[in-house]
Ligand binder design. Structure first.
Ligand SMILES: Cc1cc2nc3c(=O)[nH]c(=O)nc-3n(C[C@H](O)[C@H](O)[C@H](O)COP(=O)(O)OP(=O)(O)OC[C@H]3O[C@@H](n4cnc5c(N)ncnc54)[C@H](O)[C@@H]3O)c2cc1C
Length: 108
């Protein structure tokens, strides 16, 4: 971004995607780890219960994951609203057999 190669909007989208993905995947992994350990996983004998609590917070602070989803949508919409975005991109609608039928689009 500092070299002017990508926009702030694009970076904000990537950071939000990373935060959303990392915290949700980590939550699933640790939740499975606790399930595998059974009751002892819930106690303080192993650090799993602590990881699970911390990951719950991970999905809340620095902006909740619901807010991350809103940011991703918002930034992506901005990205594709820019005509520059579509330069050198293939219009996949033209791949359809009846792409020229404007009145009723029947996508196979
Ligand atoms: C231990 C801890 C440390 C913190 N440290 C800091 C810190 O150092 N600096 C700092 O600035 N903040 C800090 N925070 C605050 C933290 O960033 C906020 O708690 C977090 O951003 C969520 O905001 P909120 O608690 O006001 O929840 P709310 O905004 O009240 O959200 C409550 C629920 O509603 C959902 N929600 C809200 N709005 C929408 C929407 N538009 N669409 C869909 N769902 C929505 C949320 O996803 C969430 O599930 C800390 C919080 C904790 C728990």
């Amino acid at each position: 971004m500092e070299r002017g190669e990508v926009t702030l909007s694009y970076v904000r989208k990537l950071v939000s995607m990373s935060k959303l993905n990392f915290t949700e995947v980590a939550w699933r992994v640790v939740n499975n780890a606790m399930q595998i350990l059974g009751g002892i996983g819930y106690t303080t004998v192993y650090p799993i219960e602590r990881f699970l609590r911390d990951l719950c917070l991970g999905m809340i602070w620095t902006g909740t994951n619901e807010i991350m989803k809103l940011i991703i949508q918002h930034e992506y919409k901005k990205e594709i609203s820019d005509p520059e975005f579509w330069k050198n991109k293939r219009n996949v609608e033209l791949d359809e057999l009846n792409f020229h039928l404007e009145e009723e689009k029947v996508m196979s």
